[in-house]
Structures are given as C-alpha cells and as structure tokens.
Design a protein around this ligand. Structure first.
Ligand code: G3H
Ligand code: 13P
Ligand code: ZN
Length: 306
C-alpha cells in the first residue's frame, strides 16, 4: 500500500488535503471509513490521548486493524496531539502510521528537543511525525491556549531542519472547538505564504478546521441541546488553504461531534419509546458519514485521489 508520505507529496502536487478525522467511538470510526471508501479518498483516522484513554489502546489497535482490512481505501492511523515522548513511542510501538508530538506550548528550543527525540524513535520504525509550531487557540486535549501565537516563518524553517519532522502544524488563525470566531472567520494566508517561501513544497497541517454547520447546531438546540452561537471556519477559506497552499492534512473533530450529537438527540426525541442504543447511535453515524463525504467532495478535494 502507498504510505502517507506518498499522499502528502501527491496532495501538494494536485492541490488536495487528506482529511484527518477524530474518532472516539466505533460508530464514528465506521462512518469515516465508509465515507472515504465510497469517495475513493485516502483518509486519516485520528485519535487523541484522551480518546486513547477512553478506549484503551488494545481496543484501538484491534478495531483499526479490522477497519483497515474491511475497507480497501487507504486508511492511516494517527496519534493526534501526543503530549509526551512516552505516548508517541507507545503509538509507534503499536503500529500507528503517524504520530503528532505537540510540544508547541514549550519554549522553541525545548519544542525542537522533544520533537527530535520523537522523530529519531519513530523514523527507525518508518512512522511519520508531525510537529507543531505556534499555538492554536482553544482546547488542545487538556491544554488550553487563550491566545493565538501565529507560526513564525523563519522559525518554521529552523524547526523543520533541526527536527526532520515529516509535516508541520501551523497556527494561522484557526482554533479548536466550536467557538472559533466572533464575527467573520479570517485566516492569515499572508503568514502561510511566508512559511511556504521558507519551506517550499513541505507538507503543512491545519488544525481546528471545523466549519460548525449551522443546520446541525440548530438541530442540537432544537432537540434539547444548548450550544449557543458557535462559529467555525468558512469552508471556502479551508478550500483555499487546500487547493492554493501546501496544506496536506486538515483536522476535523468538532464538526463530527456536533453532527453525531444532532443525530442522537433527534432520534431520541422522535422515538421516545426506543431504548435500543443501536437505533439512535445509527442516526449519529449517518450524520457523521454525510459530513465526511461533504468534506471530501467539497472542501478537501480528495475525492478519487487514492
Ligand atoms: O484537538 C483535538 C480535539 O478536538 C480534542 O479532542 O477531547 O479527544 O482531546 P479530545
Ligand atoms: P476542530 O475542533 O476544529 O474540529 O479541530 C480538531 C483538531 O484540530 C484536532 O486535532
Ligand atoms: Zn488539533
């Protein structure tokens, strides 16, 4: 099978991005894989430390192995926001295709040191490593950043040269979670272009890229939820980052969570007599599949890129 680095190169050449979709239950995992399969798209299934603890690593390894067997589309298992050498090494030892070491909250030199330690370990086993430079506002697992610190282009070059990471997560205005912007969403494409000048044809990653679909938000609120007025990234901007820049991986979690919750809430409300979990979870699963399909076709441009 072609590896992830093959798809990163192809993505830069052909102007698409591989979707990195977070999962923390079986229904979401199946929905992601099924959407990728039906659209002939490569896909990254991403798991955070929090989700890893929720599942237990042995379950994660077993179900993702099964998923890779069951679906013929390229599926890559990725550790999202690994926060220590130990967790990254555990993922590497358990056959993950790729790990992210997120040492972005550390001082520059410390970030380089820890990231390089992970790279040295992972590369020996053929596993790719994503680093992060700059900080992305919002909740990154248990780390909370109040402010955006945009990635400094010159530092990005030095960081990549010293660590030898395979891809770099950049901070250009996105943030994690559902409440990203007060007014219009804005991304710093000027900074992105400067980074690309320093690192020509290098795979870059955009976190915090959920769009926060208003229809699903309304549905959650209509069926008893309380999401207030969240706001995500305009999908047109994400599409520019993918097609006109070197963003080869787009991370999406919040959009799937909201879609799943909307489906479950609606099903429970519409079928008050039901207590079969399969039925309401299936509604969540269907919503997630429709979101992933939409992203692949209309935002990531990864349709038919296997
Ligand atoms: O950036 C990652 C996620 O959106 C946070 O997920 O709650 O599983 O850590 P988590
Ligand atoms: P969202 O919260 O925008 O979905 O971002 C998810 C993410 O970056 C996971 O690493
Ligand atoms: Zn992230």
């Amino acid at each position: 099978m072609k590896n992830l680095s093959y798809y990163y190169k192809k993505a830069i050449k052909e102007g698409f991005a591989v979707g990195a979709f977070n999962f923390s239950n079986l229904e979401t995992l199946k929905a992601i894989c099924s959407a990728a399969q039906k659209t002939n798209s490569p896909v990254i299934i991403a798991i955070t430390e929090g989700a890893l603890n929720y599942f237990g690593i042995d379950f994660v390894v077993a179900i993702t192995k099964t998923a890779k067997k069951q679906y013929s589309t390229p599926i890559f298992l990725h550790l999202d926001h690994g926060q220590s050498f130990e967790t990254c090494a555990l993922a590497v030892d358990n056959g993950f295709d790729s790990v992210m070491i997120d040492a972005s909250s550390l001082a520059f030199e410390e970030n380089i040191k820890l990231t390089k330690q992970v790279v040295d370990y992972a590369h020996k086993k053929g596993v790719l490593v994503e680093g992060e430079l700059g900080q992305i506002k919002g909740i990154e697992d248990n780390l909370s950043n109040e402010q955006n610190h945009f990635t400094a282009p010159l530092q990005a070059k030095e960081f990549v040269e010293k660590t030898r990471v395979d891809s770099l997560a950049v901070a250009i205005g996105t943030s994690h979670g559902a409440y990203k912007f007060n007014g219009e969403s804005k991304l710093r494409f000027d900074i992105l272009s400067e980074i690309e000048k320093q690192l020509p044809a290098f795979p870059l990653v955009l976190h915090g890229a959920s769009a926060v679909n208003q229809e699903f938000v309304n549905e959650v609120n209509l069926y008893g939820g309380k999401l207030g007025y969240p706001k995500g990234v305009d999908e047109k901007l994400t599409n520019i980052a993918v097609t006109k820049h070197n963003i080869v991986k787009i991370n999406i979690d919040t959009d799937l969570r909201i879609a799943f919750t909307a489906g479950v809430r609606k099903s429970l409300k519409d079928n008050p007599e039901n207590f079969d979990a399969r039925k309401y979870l299936k509604s969540g699963q269907e919503n997630v599949e429709s979101v992933v399909t939409h992203k692949i076709k209309n935002v990531l441009n990864s349709y038919s890129k296997i």
